[in-house]
Design a protein around this ligand. Structure first.
Ligand code: ATP
Length: 231
């Protein structure tokens, strides 16, 4: 469904991604893991068109994506929840959710009811400013905003960073429900092992800008953890 083939990326003169290969199957939940600075966020930004790649190709359902704008990638079905959430603090919850609507293929003008079923707190807080929400509520808003586009792939960058355990659990439940009931494909950058094990079906381990190991989640051994994840 998604393939990155020999992707190279540089910030100025510093190369971050090195001949990176990654393949994602439709309907899967994949955790991308690795120590700080190995290039996980850079990889997601390249996939979303927020950073240019120097060489290589990115395919989505066999169509080349790497020359398309970030907006057209969202339009084609990639939903993105960036690290640090990036919600608009001065806009209301409703305004934040509405931002994605113009990009919807079907021209829908209403926020899908499903968002409020998944995250009831967003309906309760609809007229509050984004910046007044707690960190966990802001994360739910960021996920809700991505889901407004009804993406076929949801891409999340460390959604649980600095969030209280009960909301981490809710976010995990939502990911599992959407995957099970709607076949949503999920790509998740995740540092928390417990969450990755609960939600992820498979893992990709990154080191120095490359994917160096890929397997089913049950095969994430203590050896691999020591080698690629332990600090
Ligand atoms: N805007 C930038 N300009 C230059 N270098 C950058 C920029 N953003 C990130 N980097 C560097 O690129 C490397 C990879 O960063 P990236 O954020 O992709 O890693 P990461 O695996 O997501 O780490 P973390 O878990 O800390 O977010 C790091 O060495 C980082 O310092």
């Amino acid at each position: 469904m998604i393939s990155l083939n020999k992707v190279n990326q540089l910030y100025g003169g510093t190369q971050i991604l090195w001949d990176l290969n990654l393949h994602i199957e439709p309907g899967s939940i994949t955790c991308i893991m690795g120590r700080n600075g190995v290039g996980k966020t850079t990889l997601l930004k390249c996939l979303m068109g927020l950073l240019p790649i120097k060489s290589g190709e990115i395919l989505f359902n066999n169509n080349p994506l790497h020359k398309k704008s970030a907006e057209s990638r969202a339009y084609s079905g990639l939903g993105y929840v960036p690290q640090g959430r990036d919600i608009f603090p001065l806009l209301t919850v409703e305004e934040n959710l509405r931002i994605g609507l113009p990009v919807r293929k079907d021209g829908a003008k209403q926020i899908p009811e499903k968002i409020f079923t998944l995250f009831p707190v967003l309906e309760e807080m609809l007229h509050r400013r984004g910046g007044d929400l707690s960190g966990g509520q802001q994360q739910q808003l960021a996920i809700g905003r991505a889901l407004v586009l009804e993406p076929s792939v949801l891409i999340l960058d460390e959604p649980n960073e600095g969030i209280q355990p009960n909301i981490v659990k809710q976010i995990g439940d939502v990911i599992l429900k959407l995957n099970k009931e709607e076949g949503l494909t999920v790509i998740l950058v995740e540092q928390k092992l417990g969450f990755a094990r609960r939600v992820g079906q498979s893992f990709r381990l990154m080191e120095k800008g490359r994917v160096v190991a890929a397997d089913q989640m049950e095969n994430l051994t203590d050896d691999l953890i020591r080698h690629y994840l332990a600090v």
